[in-house]
Design a protein around this ligand. Structure first.
Ligand SMILES: C[S@@+](CC[C@H](N)C(=O)[O-])C[C@H]1O[C@@H](n2cnc3c(N)ncnc32)[C@H](O)[C@@H]1O
Length: 291
């Protein structure tokens, strides 16, 4: 899938033409932005992304009362706290996600991994949602694990959700989503694991039996990973699509090393490991096993 189709930005927004016109982004400034983003998180903002970058950042320039991109870039680079850089990365990442996205992965997880666990013997379960965005993937994993393993509380089970964007992680930690976001979630599961959020009409929030299975952490996948224990399952779906082949290659080797033997690695439906040298055994399209 073309990552452009994944954006939540809508070019038809009424004031976009005005915004674009008011703060033009010169090619040299776009190049500086793409170099900064690439060197920090390896997201590849090619020339076709210029309008998207401009539309997303213009809003920020307006908020800050800044008129030109050179001034804005000066601010980003001179800010020792890296606050503005964080904001810029937050704005430029594409975070589309939803509950039970690419649901056959969760069927495979239930039937081929979780159902084969014996909570009496297998004490630990570690699942990683790498590039978890606003958390729907991690909460889906938690629902599927609870359903497949009624004895889950006897185990030391943990689902880790990580992302580079602080903005989406805040939503994930909150665990409260508008009701419409549950359209792909079977109603009995939604009712069992989510409750009406008393603080936000029209929102449902994760019940504690779900939320307590999950930890959300900020992690740039390009930096060293602090996790020491091997994972049973890693989901890295619709994330590597934004990286170039070399970066994908490096990441896939690191995921391999982070899994236990027999562990399962899943990528998004529009991704594959074709063209990447790796040591995984192919199980099904987009599903790989560490021998
Ligand atoms: C399209 S979302 C995918 C969400 C979810 N995995 C899914 O498939 O529904 C991609 C996520 O990858 C994150 N991301 C991009 N580059 C990253 C990096 N270098 N390190 C960590 N996360 C990154 C983005 O912030 C974004 O939230």
């Amino acid at each position: 899938m073309d990552p452009n189709t994944e954006t939540s930005f809508n070019i038809a927004e009424p004031n976009v033409a005005h915004i674009l016109a008011s703060r033009p982004l010169a090619d040299k400034d776009f190049k500086r932005i793409s170099e900064m983003v690439y060197s920090l998180c390896r997201i590849n903002l090619h020339d076709g992304k210029k309008a998207l970058v401009q539309a997303r950042l213009n809003k920020r320039l307006r908020q800050l009362g800044i008129d030109t991109y050179p001034e804005y870039l000066e601010l980003v680079q001179s800010d020792d706290t890296k606050r503005e850089l964080t904001y810029m990365i937050d704005t430029l990442t594409t975070n589309l996600t939803f509950f039970f996205r690419e649901s056959d992965h969760f069927d495979y997880l239930r039937d081929e991994v979780l159902k084969k666990i014996d909570p009496g013997k297998d004490k630990k379960l570690r699942i990683w949602s790498a590039g978890c965005s606003s958390g729907e993937e991690a909460y889906t994993l938690a629902m599927v694990a609870r359903e497949a393993l009624p004895d889950l509380d006897r185990m030391d089970a943990l689902i880790l959700g990580t992302d580079i964007s602080t903005r989406v992680l805040a939503v994930a930690r909150e665990g409260s989503y508008p009701e419409v976001r549950f359209r792909d979630t079977p109603a009995p599961l939604r009712n069992k694991y989510f409750e009406k959020d008393p603080a936000r009409p029209g929102f449902c929030r994760a019940k504690s039996e779900l939320a307590r299975l999950i930890r959300f952490r900020k992690l740039n996948l390009m930096e060293p990973w602090p996790m020491k224990q091997p994972f049973d399952v890693i989901f890295c779906r619709n994330v590597m699509i934004y990286f170039d082949k070399q970066t994908q290659h490096e990441l896939v080797q690191r995921y391999f090393d982070a899994l236990r033997p027999g562990g399962v690695f899943m990528v998004g439906h529009s991704e594959s490991l074709t063209g990447i040298q790796h040591r995984f055994r192919y199980a099904r399209p987009t599903i790989y096993i560490k021998p």
